[in-house]
Ligand binder design. Sequence first.
Ligand code: SAH
Length: 291
Amino acid sequence: MNDKQRSFPLPLSSVVDKAKKSPVFAPVATPQTATQNAAQSAARLASVPASARPGATPSKSHAYALDRAQPVAAAAPRQNPLVSDAVRRAMVQRVARQGVKDALVLGALETVPRHLFMEEALASQAYIDASLPIGHHQTISQPYIVARMIEVMRNGGELRRVLEIGTGCGYQAAVLSCLAQEVYSIERIKSLHELAKANLRPLRVPNLRLHYGDGMLGLPQAAPFDGIILAAAGLEVPQALLDQLAIGGRLVAPVGARAQHLELVTRLGKAEWRRDTLEDCHFVPLRPGTV
Ligand code: SAH
């Protein structure tokens, strides 16, 4: 592990507090920016009915919203129809038709503005069910597989502490933060770790910690985890991760090289794990070390 492993201690109050002090909506007309998109989407999210939000229990609801009021005039007219709430809802309906049944997971997918996690040039493709490039030969995962893996990991139960290996742009971490009390996510590529921080900054995600490091080593200081998700495929699941699973906890990982499948590992006892092989999948490779 890189001994300079950096953590990203959220809450994002430092960032949000700074944002509060600066005049974000200057009276001068400026071109649409990612930040404005973020602000507008977050403001729209605040109006998602509570029943449609994941973790409808108030203590666990993490609907994204900026903690500053949005001028109505700035929010309405410029919305790109390809990244609208309706388009995101349609994506969720497709994911449900593909077989994801967990209503909380579907609700989380509906809550998180996926287009804010990709380059503006690709944002209009954000709600098609595909993985898309995020730079450094990595991808943002396909919405279906994000939902499916979380559904399998959750298994209808309560998630207190969850670990994700492979933050990438931060999308799945944001979805997880709607469903678990505490989420930890590790990324080995420094600039993607920074990208995820930047993507998550406009959203308030107080229960998510981003770490820069080698996820194959897990995060022993925060273990044990009720659930672990790998967003990159290794030839096998690293033992360190199996050891950091709580007894009764569930790990979901893509396993394989060219031909990959999803593997569910359930920890049954101190030295006993059960493996179940699920559907085929395609992920970027799990790699050791940091860059
Ligand atoms: N979770 C992302 C998917 C990112 S793609 C999403 O929400 O769409 C998978 C990521 O895993 C890549 O960013 C890659 O750099 C990262 N990765 C691969 N091996 C890793 C390791 N050992 N530790 C941490 N991250 C790793």
